[in-house]
Design a protein around this ligand. Structure first.
Ligand code: GRF
Length: 192
């Protein structure tokens, strides 16, 4: 299964997916990493794994439609079948959604539909939840709103944000690869 990973930041989920592929746990190839932040740490990580990177600066384009048209061309050149969002901080527009209908997935660090959007971990902690978690979902035009594919619960470590974050990220790395594996094997039933 040929995939593309879209990211704007650290890229730890990218690395977890690539390492699962290298261990033979996920039958996929990351054909390209795409980023809207040319200086983000994800770029160095991708280079370390010899994965080509396409960087773009959104404001250099006339519109979302314009940069997404270029993105779709690149994805098609690489015969990408699935788009995997991993900390990509932009809403997906109608051009990409139409070209990759039901083929775009995202991971979010909360139990959706609670705490969508930015700083989900901070939102959950500020609310005082005792259990939070992570969600993998299909992407639609909304912010963290598409159909849920899988979730994992994470217990908050009281008074220790760093430890809670570490648990959440570890849960993400595990859940993303196991979910992609099922998704690519057509083993996820979305009827509920
Ligand atoms: C993750 O917490 C993910 O859930 C959110 O952005 C973060 C990306 O982390 N959408 P990384 O860049 O994969 O380390």
């Amino acid at each position: 299964t040929k995939i593309a990973v879209f990211a704007s930041g650290s890229g730890s989920n990218f690395q977890a997916i690539q390492e699962a592929i290298d261990r033979g746990e996920l039958d996929a190839q990351i054909e390209i990493v795409l980023t809207d932040k040319p200086n983000a740490p994800i770029v160095k990580r991708a280079e370390k794994f010899n994965i080509p990177v396409f960087s773009f600066i959104a404001k250099h384009y006339e519109s979302k439609e314009a940069y997404e048209t270029e993105i779709v061309n690149i994805l098609e050149e690489h015969e990408v079948e699935w788009v995997i969002l991993a900390g990509y901080m932009r809403l997906i527009g109608s051009k990409l959604l139409a070209s990759y209908a039901n083929r775009i997935v995202n991971i979010h660090p909360s139990l959706l539909p609670s705490f969508p959007g930015k700083d989900a971990i901070g939102q959950a902690l500020a609310h005082g939840v005792k259990i939070t978690g992570v969600t993998v979902h299909f992407v639609d035009e909304g912010m963290d709103t598409g159909p849920i594919l899988s979730q994992a619960a994470v217990e908050v470590v009281e008074g220790d944000r760093e430890a809670t974050e570490a648990r959440i990220h570890a849960a993400e790395h595990k859940l993303y690869t196991t979910t992609l594996k099922k998704l690519f094997a057509d083993e996820i039933n979305l009827i509920h």
